[in-house]
Design a protein around this ligand. Structure first.
Ligand code: FES
Ligand code: FES
Length: 216
C-alpha cells in the first residue's frame, strides 16, 4: 500500500499499528474510568455477649454475636431445626415459637433480647410418643402437606387459643371489651401471619376448632 508520504506499508504493518493503537486507547480509558484506590476500611469489631435462657425446659447458655436472631440461635447454635426459616423477614410465620407463652416471629427478634425467657419450640411442645393436642389434631385433620410451615403453624395455633382464652381482641373482634369468640373468622384472622404454600388452611382451622372444643 502506498501512503501519502510515499512509504510502502504492508497489510501486516497496518494490523500491527491498529492493534497497538487499540491497546493504548483501552489502557487510557481504563485509567480514566478506574476509581481512586480506596483505603480498606478496618473490619468492624464483632460484639459477643453471653445469653442465658430456658429452651424447652432446659437451661441454655450461649455466647453469641449480639446480632444473632433468636431463630439463628435456636437453629444454628442449639440445632433445634424444627423451627423453620422461610422468609427471615417476618412475613411467613414459619419461625413462630412461644416466648413466655406468647407467639413470636423468631426471625424478627434478637436472642440477646430474651435473657431468662422460657422459649418453647415445636420440639418442646410434644414428642412423637406424646404429641401435644394441637400436634395430634393437625395429624387427625390433615393440617399440612409438605410440612415446612407446620411447626410455625402449630406454635402459632397454640398461642392463638391462649390469646382467645386471655381475652386478647383481634382485628375482627366486634366488641373489644367482650371475650373474643372462638369462631372460624377469629381463628383465620389470628392465623393470617402464618402462610402455607400448600394451602392447608381449612384443615388447620378444623384442627384448631377441634382442640378448642368448638364446631367450625
Ligand atoms: S422466617 Fe420468620 S416470618 Fe418468615
Ligand atoms: S404444609 Fe406445605 S407450606 Fe404448609
Amino acid at each position: 500500500m502506498q501512503t501519502r508520504d510515499g512509504f510502502e506499508m504492508s497489510r501486516r504493518d497496518l494490523l500491527i499499528i491498529g492493534a497497538a493503537s487499540g491497546a493504548v486507547a483501552a489502557a487510557a480509558s481504563d485509567s480514566a474510568a478506574a476509581p481512586a484506590k480506596a483505603t480498606p476500611a478496618p473490619s468492624a469489631a464483632v460484639s459477643v455477649t453471653k445469653v442465658e435462657f430456658e429452651v424447652n425446659g432446659q437451661a441454655r447458655f450461649l455466647e453469641l454475636d449480639t446480632r444473632t436472631t433468636l431463630l439463628d440461635a435456636l437453629r444454628e447454635h442449639l440445632h433445634l431445626t424444627g423451627t423453620k426459616k422461610g422468609c427471615d423477614h417476618g412475613q411467613c410465620g414459619a419461625c413462630t415459637v412461644l416466648v413466655d407463652g406468647v407467639r413470636i416471629n423468631a426471625c424478627l427478634t434478637l436472642a440477646v433480647m430474651h435473657p431468662g425467657a422460657k422459649v418453647t419450640t415445636i420440639e418442646g411442645l410434644g414428642t412423637p410418643q406424646r404429641l401435644h393436642p394441637m400436634q395430634a389434631a393437625f395429624v387427625k385433620h390433615d393440617g399440612y402437606q409438605c410440612g415446612y410451615c407446620t411447626p410455625g403453624q402449630i406454635c402459632s395455633a397454640v398461642g392463638v387459643l391462649d390469646e382467645i382464652r386471655r381475652g386478647v381482641p383481634s382485628h375482627v373482634s366486634a366488641d373489644l371489651t367482650a371475650r373474643p369468640l372462638l369462631s372460624a373468622d377469629e381463628l383465620r384472622e389470628r392465623m393470617s401471619g402464618n402462610l402455607c404454600r400448600c394451602g392447608a388452611y381449612s384443615n388447620i382451622i378444623d384442627a384448631m376448632t377441634d382442640v378448642a372444643g368448638v364446631r367450625s
